[in-house]
Design a protein around this ligand. Sequence first.
Ligand code: ADP
Ligand code: MG
Length: 390
Amino acid sequence: MNKEINVLFLDDEENILFALSRLLMEESYGIIKTTDPDEAMALIEKHPIKVVVSDQRMPKISGIDFLKNVKQKYPDKMRILLSGYVDFVTAEEAINFGEVYRFLIKPWKTPYLKASIQHAIEQYDLVGSHRALYDASLKKTAELEELNKKLQGMYEIQRSFTSTVSHELRTPLASIKMAIDLVMGGTAGGLNEQQIKFLMKAKDNVDRLNRLINDILDLTKLEAGRMPLKLQMANIHDVIMEVVEIQGAVLKERGIYLKTEFAENVPLVSFDKDRMIQVFSNLITNALKFTDKGGVTIVTVFEEDKSRIKVAVRDTGVGIQPEDLSKLFQKFQQLGDASERKTGGTGLGLAICKEIVIRHGGEIWIESVYGEGSSFNFTIPVVKKTEENV
Ligand SMILES: Nc1ncnc2c1ncn2[C@@H]1O[C@H](COP(=O)(O)OP(=O)(O)O)[C@@H](O)[C@H]1O
Ligand SMILES: [Mg+2]
């Protein structure tokens, strides 16, 4: 059987080399021997050597110096010194400075010799496999980084594509809307009831498309951090009242209430008014949309210990099943069958709310009991800043 040559012996005495190779003939590794240190170096280069065993006293170079050279050139080879005379200082130094792995005394005790070489081989293999693992993980990390960069690039392209397309859709849509308005206004002659009905439907859908485009543009900008907040110190109640008044007007015939429960001690906070109106509009529209009896209450609380205002938009509507809660802040998520969906929604509202709240440094979450109602809650931190572009 051809054994792989894993062990090299260097000794200036041929008979020692001979004795050693006879002794280790039966081992699982192959050995190679030489009396010349230069040749030894060449052999290490040539064979898959794992362990180098060297004599100490040789004419050309001392064993320790030779092993130092080996260490410098092949740091992972295991090195064993085999010395005929006991020099404790040399041995101590060699071992403690890591020049050699084991120190054996001549005449050697065969079990020690065998065990030392065996351990050295195992150690070599262990280090090798660790290194291979490490190298593999470095390679994987590099691959992942590369992939990540690619994805980032693709994401950027998709983002700019989305925003360009959305912009481009606006102009033709505006002209469609104008044409519909003109026809409905009688500019092109009188219309019968059915024609008006069809045109109304067209108009509704144009409005819906417009909302969708605006939502997509907003969300793309928010996600890309390209929507600077115009922060100002103001009373959050004023913003809520603005939205409540608008929504209240359309509510009349539905027989449900829309009311507020404001805390009295709520301080002024820093926020972007237009964006906050967007949040409240969506939360309140949603709440009203999914409530058939009872109504909607907007509650504010000043959580002084946490330096934040907590706002809750509560409804007594359909509620949300626990397994659906986490889906709601994702884009284009609308619950229920398509046929059940109330018209007008885009499924982007809550995703936009979440981005806006987070950009303000707040948190947003939902509590809901299916069949009883939901509470959409978020916080606005109370900070002393007056203006900032984030
Ligand atoms: N107050 C609520 N009660 C029950 N379900 C709600 C409520 N608010 C939102 N939802 C659910 O979350 C979905 C996503 O809401 P949103 O992101 O605002 O999109 P949209 O209003 O355009 O459908 C809604 O379609 C609905 O299924
Ligand atoms: Mg909505």
